[in-house]
Design a protein around this ligand. Structure first.
Ligand code: 3H9
Length: 697
């Protein structure tokens, strides 16, 4: 028999069946812990406490999951009671057993609620984690104190600092839950029944002395794990704060640990890094929205894919599709090229297996989805054809015209180009409305970013299909307009505007790279150029009639970077460690002498400004031209495609923190000094700086 209780607000419902109450969090779409939901839980607990017929509570979430955590939209506003730590304390102090029944996401505050319960059961679909670090925060409702007591401080610090969720099976292994079951509510009820039958009063994690003692015994393992996880922090504040909070769980009593956790959480939530990461979180969601489409537009269906070209890019793209379950026809012009491409795919998967990230069976399954072919006619049966051939307009146009002849009438023709004019490529076909750009980033099976290039005539159903397919591949698709280099590479070019001048004026490639690393990028611009191959940017420059004296000179000598053992740096055979090369310095010195420039030591802050401001300026031009739909899209592209430190929120968000007037003045001074038009502040930047505005506004 199920009896609804009336007193609880709608966001929390309480029903009762045979003495066990079912407390359901019901705040669509993700049961975020809004003020109303927190108050609802407190009210439901009071109601259950007052009802002598209720012997235990099972907590569950309505809809897709248990609970996605604190309501992120409430951050930045004054916190309102009841505070989450107090709500969780009330759950834990409930005198009768409380069991959390977890399906789907139980993240952040959602998992912390479950940690307040006296036991936890998960569905295989569960996705449990403390992702606060990704928002520049530490868990702020007891996660840093209860989780170490539950699973040990080493495992806890790994989970908290990575922010990555675990599934039901892994949660069982770690000891977060005691059982995994398909019907999680039934399993939780059964467990509650056992707990009632045992007659033992429930003990919360906060007061479990035996667990605390066990956690303290894991101190050495914790310190080792903490040192390891902090290696990737690169300027982010939250990881170190997470480590400190978990260490408190060993050093302080529960109350003091909670107090310190709350203080650290409140300080981080008010800081620039968390604001930037929250911006990135919402910008990523906003990037999925496409302006200017008819309301009734739907994606053209894509069930099968053909990829043309089995080089590094084509092979990676084929793997990305195979990984997502699509059958792929991989087409090459010669048997040797095809064999080489398939060999590389095999090697790539084999290394994933060797690292324990994939089983042999999965590898075989994925490889079986990719069928090699030597005849372009094989595209006839594909819904989506992605060409990934040499980046040359003539080559791409000829191929597109052939594909137009051979493809089925409803096929989508996608070009994977990183710079070229997609309108011109589309014009080589009789169906420009079916042509779209899909700019993958290398390695295409790994990198999250996908620039979807909307050409003048791209039809809405084709654009939507490219975005939807991108999402199915696990990527973050961002729609961009046509221009040379689209959003990402166009800004990358702007970042490089002043690179050679810095060398001539006295900085070494290593100093420039170190400054950029200090800003938070994993790789500096010269190391990046050497890795990508200097010939690539050389070719792009030549196509635009541009020159770069030092880089051009290096290329003329066959110094293409790592692959030739020399570029801006030199490399020992088989090594990737960049070593200073006096020839590059001599070249820079010779140019300085010729130009009458006195070389000097250039401070890191100046180096960063001279790389960053031109990027922001180019971003402003991109917005003026409507190439990006919104400033947040540019940020998403740079965070996910180019390693921009997420805790700085991307270039356009970072601009707001620096101050647009300061950026404008810096660019204006550089423009006047160099006479180079690319430094001239963009009209949008001028206008916003004059108004005291920001790109976000
Ligand atoms: C925290 O908990 C702090 C505590 O330790 C301490 C507090 C004192 N809040 O992603 P989707 C929205 S920090 C508000 O498309 P999916 C989202 O914006 C929090 N809104 O669905 C979207 O809105 P719209 C730690 C949220 O199924 C809609 O819900 N938690 C929140 O692909 C649907 O989202 C996290 O960091 C939220 N917490 O993925 C979890 N979450 O429709 C963040 C989502 O207007 N969330 N929305 O665009 C996620 O990872 C995913 O949303 C989730 C669902 C996996 C849950």
């Amino acid at each position: 028999m199920t009896e609804p209780h009336s007193a609880s607000p709608d966001v929390v419902t309480l029903t009762q069946e045979n003495g066990i109450a079912l407390l359901t969090l019901n705040n669509p779409p993700v049961n975020a812990l809004s003020t109303a939901l927190r108050a609802g839980i407190v009210a439901a607990l009071a109601e259950a406490a007052a009802d002598p017929a209720i012997e235990a509570i099972v907590m569950t979430g309505a809809g897709r999951g248990f609970c996605a955590g604190a309501d992120i939209t409430e951050f930045g506003k004054p916190p309102r009671e009841p505070f989450l730590p107090d709500v969780i304390a009330a759950i834990e102090a409930f005198p009768k057993p409380v069991v959390a029944a977890i399906h789907g996401p139980a993240l952040g505050g959602g998992l912390e609620v479950a940690l307040g319960a006296h036991a936890r059961v998960a569905a295989p679909s569960a996705k449990m984690g403390l992702p606060e670090v990704k928002l520049g925060l530490i868990p702020g409702a007891g996660g840093t104190q209860r989780l170490p007591r539950l699973i040990g401080p080493a495992a806890a610090v790994k989970l908290i600092v990575s922010g990555e969720p675990v599934g039901g099976a892994e949660a069982l292994k770690l000891g977060i839950v005691t059982e995994v079951a398909e019907d999680v509510v039934a399993a939780a009820r059964a467990l509650a029944r056992q707990m009632i039958a045992s007659g033992v009063a429930p003990v919360g994690l906060s007061s479990d002395a035996a667990r605390l003692e066990a956690a303290r015994a894991g101190r050495d393992a914790f310190e080792a794990a903490a040192a390891e996880v902090l290696k990737g922090a690169r300027g982010a504040e939250a990881p170190a704060a997470c480590v400190a909070a978990v260490r408190n769980s060993l050093d302080l009593d529960f109350e003091a640990g909670m107090k310190a956790e709350r203080a650290a959480f409140l300080s981080l939530v008010a800081g620039d890094q968390s604001k930037a990461l929250r911006h990135a979180f919402f910008a990523e969601k906003a990037a999925a929205k496409i302006d200017g489409l008819p309301a009734d537009a739907v994606a053209r269906p894509v069930r099968s894919v053909a990829v043309i070209g089995a080089g590094t890019m084509g092979g990676g793209i084929a793997m990305a599709f195979a990984n997502a379950g699509y059958p792929v026809t991989l087409i090459e012009t010669s048997a040797e090229a095809l064999a080489r491409g398939q060999g590389n795919i095999d090697k790539n998967y084999a290394s994933t297996v060797a690292r324990g990230r994939m089983s042999e069976a999965e590898k075989a399954e994925r490889i079986a989805r990719i069928t090699g072919w030597l005849d372009l006619g094989a595209v006839a049966s594909a819904d989506l054809i992605v060409e990934a051939v040499f980046e040359d307009m003539g080559v791409k146009k000829t191929l597109m015209a052939d594909l137009d002849r051979l493809a089925g009438p409803d096929a989508i023709l996608a070009t994977n180009t990183s710079y070229l004019d997609v309108n011109e490529i589309a014009a080589a076909t009789s169906r420009p409305e079916a042509v779209v750009g899909m700019h993958f980033f290398s390695p295409a099976n790994i990198m999250k970013l996908l620039e979807v290039v909307r050409a003048e005539k791209t039809a809405p159903d084709v654009l939507l299909a490219a975005v939807e397919v991108g999402r199915k591949l696990g990527k973050i698709p961002v729609v961009v307009g046509v221009c040379n280099g689209f959003v990402g590479n166009r800004i990358l070019r702007a970042q490089r505007n002043d690179l050679e001048a810095l060398l001539v004026e006295g900085a070494s490639p290593a100093e420039v790279d170190a400054a950029w690393n200090g800003f938070g990028f994993p790789m500096g611009p010269f190391a990046m150029l050497d890795l990508a191959g200097l010939d690539i940017s050389w070719r792009a420059r030549k196509a635009l009639g541009q020159t770069a004296e030092i880089a051009d000179h290096l290329c003329e000598q066959g110094r293409f970077g790592q692959k030739t053992g020399r570029g801006f740096y030199r490399y020992e055979p088989g090594e990737r460690k960049p070593l200073a090369d006096s020839e590059v310095e001599d070249l820079a010195k010779a140019i300085a002498a010729r130009e009458g420039i006195t070389r000097r030591s250039i401070p890191a802050a100046e180096i960063v400004e001279r790389l960053l401001y031109p990027m922001i300026n180019e971003g402003a031009r991109i917005l003026e031209e409507g190439i990006a739909q919104r400033p947040g899209d540019i940020d998403v592209i740079w965070i996910f495609g180019y390693g921009f430190p997420a805790w700085r929120g991307g270039p356009m968000h970072a601009a707001g923190n620096i101050g647009l007037a300061r950026i404008r003045d810096g660019l204006q001074a550089r423009f006047e000094q160099s006479g180079r038009a690319e430094f001239k502040p963009a009209a949008l930047l001028e206008r916003l700086a004059a108004d005291g505005g920001s790109f976000a506004g």
